[in-house]
Write a new protein. Structure first.
Length: 214
């Protein structure tokens, strides 16, 4: 299965914002012939909830045209950020470009594993595989781990955590606005802000945790 790799060298970026250059290339990739798009992130993007939301939005746009976007982080911090992303964001990633390309080559033989009807809550994340099996091999729910299967049914009870605008987030997780129930993620160390939903009647009301990441 063919794929397109988007990598930004320094000379191509120049004085432009890195995200803007990525956006332009990703827009072109929406209409390319390749069904799979690999994005090699730049360290300048950092690792924050804003980056995860940006990747989620592009993932949804590619899925609408029946393409899949895969992410390769630029450093360990970005990898850790991807690992704590919310399962509903459906972000697919691998630690290195070589591992991801090897894994995609396997898909010429068999399609991506899909959860069974009774496994709708399972989330598949590409992980390092044992060397004797090669960099990445396919696994299904219940097989030995080449994929890590996270069952959302096993998550622990959500503590009653609330954030006021201006407070520092102590626990990474999904929070909803107390004023309008709009959801968003906050990572540990973020500074909580007012709700950005234009229809929120109380944007300064704060946030309540609904899903604890770690």
């Amino acid at each position: 299965m063919s794929h397109l790799v988007i990598v930004l060298p320094d000379e191509e970026i120049g004085n432009q914002p890195v995200a803007a250059v990525f956006d332009e290339k990703l827009r072109h990739a929406l209409s390319c012939k390749d069904p799979d798009i690999i994005v090699r992130l730049r360290p300048e993007l950092g690792c924050s909830t804003e980056v995860l939301v940006w990747l989620e939005e592009w993932t949804e746009r590619f899925q609408k045209v029946k393409k899949q976007i895969y992410i390769v982080p630029a450093n360990v911090n970005q990898l850790e950020c991807l690992e704590v992303s919310h399962p509903d964001q459906d972000l697919k990633y691998a630690a290195t470009l070589a591992e991801l390309e090897d894994w995609l080559d396997i898909q010429n033989v068999e399609p991506l594993p899909q959860p069974e009807a009774n496994e709708e809550e399972a989330v598949f994340i590409i992980k390092d595989a044992p060397q004797e099996k090669g960099p990445l091999t396919e696994a299904r729910a219940g097989d030995e781990l080449d994929f890590e299967i996270i069952d959302k049914e096993e998550k622990k009870a959500v503590p009653d955590i609330r954030l006021l605008p201006g407070s520092i987030v102590q626990i990474s997780g999904e929070y909803i606005c107390v004023g309008c129930s709009t959801s968003r993620m906050w990572l540990k160390g973020d500074v909580a802000k007012n709700c950005e939903n234009a229809e929120c009647v109380h944007p300064e009301a704060g946030w309540k945790m609904t899903y604890e990441l770690f």
